[in-house]
Design a protein around this ligand. Sequence first.
Ligand code: UT7
Length: 333
Amino acid sequence: MKFFNTKILGTGSYLPDKILTNNDIAKRVDTNHQWIVERTGIHERRIADPSKDETPSGMAAQATLKALEAANLTPNDIDLILFSATIPDMFFPNSGCMLQHKLGITNQCPALDINAACTGWVYALPMADAMIKTGLYKHILVVGSEMTSSFNNWDDRNTCILFGDGCGVAILGRASENEDSQFYSSVLAADASKKDHLILEAGGACKRITHDVLEKNEQWVRMTGQEVFKSAVKTMASLSEKVIKDAGKTMADVDWFIPHQANLRIIEAVGQRFNFPPNKVVVNVDRYANTSSATVPIALDEFVREGKIKRGDNVLFAAFGAGLTAGAVFFKY
Ligand code: UT7
């Protein structure tokens, strides 16, 4: 059987225009800009406007058009859509199908949603890589698109300061024989013993939205911040170490580290553990906050478009999220 090396053919991202600053949030809850910056590194975040189709699938359509242009492909070249959304457009049809429609794809490519919360996009990558490697699909669109403002409780200062909306995508395909782009290694994990630390219970099959649920404000995200923080540092560090070792490389071989953008202190703690110089660690949490599973592909797209990440660079992704899920992927861009 012939195997192919996987290459990121093109990336794209979309951020809504509307900016919500820390001072804007401080008008509603008891917080302030200095506290938020010191504890999280976040200065501002973007907020989607569904009336402008800034929905998970709508933002993904905009980001995908940019990725298609970068990859020199057309919508009908996509033969599989893997769509990570913590809160999808709607329960069904899935957001992947909504995106297929918005892109005008007529080739009937399969389209499905993946929910691993903030780790969703990183979860989708090894799946896409395996299907490219074996030749099952040629051009897989991997989307992380999130409207966190739809689950954010704007009256809860413990969580509402953290999240923002946005989308990042990558198109994965085959590297040609004279190219050395490849996915070296990946590891995915979940520890459901910590499932209650980051949770949105209501709205699914177990707890429908009722007047009682709304009165108790159970339709919003709840989080035990410090537990998530500790677990994030530990798992992102250990999974990163594992993928580097599995690839037969060392931390010195990493050109760029793109961690999930949830909190600057988490990012710095992991980066320092590996002695990464700060200029190797990609950060944009200050501008966009935590866009859930979109943080890593947005950061990737920004750094590729700014010419910082170049072909041949070794890139390490690491993410964590509700579940608690976690994952790391190491590849040559
Ligand atoms: O994708 C995964 C998403 N989740 C995460 O990554 C969350 C990880 N956790 C965190 O980022 C941090 O735990 C937080 C930023 C959420 C909180 O920071 P912290 O340093 O862990 O603060 P804390 O929860 O220990 O709270 C310290 C104090 C408390 O007051 P007291 O009890 O010491 O009087 C809080 O009530 O800060 C208070 N506090 C705030 N004060 C001003 C909590 N939130 C705020 C706020 N503004 N927004």
